[in-house]
Design a protein around this ligand. Structure first.
Ligand code: MG
Length: 203
């Protein structure tokens, strides 16, 4: 199983981090050891002083595919969930400055909390799925799949030109604006439409 994450997929988030708008999806990987499931707590790692949350819609790949055409891409996932692309922003910023890979900043242990998955039929229009992140009960990120630069079909097609998608892979589809730091004792709750998909306590 692999976890593929899309970066820079929402214009408002690109602006808040002062990045350029990409013409094709920017993606990176997290290892399977990054997965944190079943609403387990996230333990703040000792190597960073600036861990950020990024709430994202997550696709669970349901069959093997490569060179997938956009028009068939929606047959490669049956479930949609919500997850957090936990990011060591201090390590990422240092890597960016030196032109080095983001691997540690994005792929450290338990940097990919995922929640409940829902049948895709529950969201009839994949280009209009609202989602939200609450931090200690206050909404901090609002997103809608309609605001993505590269939609689900574009993402699946693009990734599969380079890497074979396999059953059980996860795709994190990018975060909207409002990313920010967590601290010990925080509680994150992520919603897709009116369904709570994920709870994560920071310990
Ligand atoms: Mg992200």
């Amino acid at each position: 199983m692999k976890i593929i994450c899309i970066g820079r997929n929402y214009v408002d988030h690109i602006k808040e981090l002062d990045n350029a708008i990409p013409t094709s999806p920017v993606f990176f990987l997290k290892p399977d050891s990054a997965l944190l499931s079943r609403n387990r707590p996230f333990y703040y790692p000792s190597f960073s002083n600036n861990i950020h949350y990024e709430v994202e819609l997550v696709l669970k790949i349901s069959k093997v595919g490569k060179n997938i055409q956009k028009r068939f891409a929606n047959t490669y996932y049956q479930e949609i969930g919500i997850g957090l692309d936990m990011t060591a922003r201090d390590i990422q910023d240092a890597a960016k400055q030196k032109g080095l890979p983001w691997t540690i900043a994005k792929g450290f242990d338990f940097s990919a909390p995922i929640g409940k998955f829902f049948p895709k039929e529950q969201f009839p229009d994949p280009k209009n799925i609202a989602f939200r992140l609450d931090l200690n009960g206050n909404a901090v990120q609002h997103g809608n799949s309609g605001m993505m630069i590269h939609n689900f079909d574009d993402i699946i097609s693009s990734i599969s030109q380079f890497m074979t998608l396999r059953t059980g892979d996860y795709i994190f589809t990018g975060t909207p604006a409002g990313v920010g730091p967590v601290k010990l004792g925080d509680k994150l709750e992520a919603w897709i439409e009116d369904e709570k998909g994920l709870t994560c306590a920071i310990k």
